[in-house]
Design a protein around this ligand. Sequence first.
Ligand code: CAA
Length: 259
Amino acid sequence: MAYETILVEIEEGIATITLNRPEVLNALNSQVFNELGEAAAQLTADQSVRAVIITGGEKVFAAGADIKQMASATAVEVSSSVRPSMIAFNRIENMPKPVIAAIAGYALGGGCELTLTADVRIAAENAQLGFPEIKLGILPGGGGTQRLPRLIGPGKAKELIFSGDFIPAEEALRIGLVNKVVPAGQLLAEARKMAGKFAARGAVAVQMAKSCINEGLQMDLDRGLQYEHKCFSLLFATEDQKEGMQAFVEKRKPNFKGK
Ligand code: CAA
């Protein structure tokens, strides 16, 4: 599929989605959201893709939703136009394969919210993350008030959202907003290395582990534990489970097939 505002490349089972509106610091307009949603559906259906990286490249991740597109919108227009962003973000979050956000430079507002839909966030040392919506008289409307407190706790989430302050990569690491900080020039290599590690594991087990964590976060503990138990039991119906355990017994590396 041809996209105009993003690039999608697939290499050795790892797909990389690169936001591609450099002239506006990768601001996310409705076309970007539509294309992200399409790409997420395409990569979900592509069985050869075992891990996904989302990045803005080595200079900037994304400076938020496109303010110029939103500036004169009415409440009625916004209530219908946010659907593409919700569809895209939900599809990315629920993709049955690991998703890594590789963040360089600014990841602000909707850009930072996009990173929250990934499973893991890797930041370059030059990354700046934040939710400046409050300074525009709005609030994070791309899931930030919901996903951020679930990730870093309500206290820190409120501080970030009420102040609109940007925080550097090291501070984001300290509060658990990102998993890892790496030198800027190594960002994409590190993301590919981690994606490669995930991709080498049993794909069904990774998919179910992701589902257990994502779905479990919506459930009380008892239901979550029951759901985990069902997924755990189901994995014993896969060839990968037989192969993984046989390989351990034979002291060799497993050769997972994703079935
Ligand atoms: N929307 C539209 N255009 C944007 C943009 C955005 N979010 N962020 C940057 N741009 C544009 C600028 O208008 C500028 O374009 P022109 O050259 O045509 O003027 C270009 O990108 C470069 O930006 P700057 O000249 O401002 O670059 P800078 O290095 O001086 O500053 C910045 C960088 C601090 C990130 C600054 O651009 C900025 O504050 N951007 C807005 C950040 C923001 O408020 N994001 C939240 C958006 S609201 C949102 O995301 C809602 C939601 O929850 C979904």
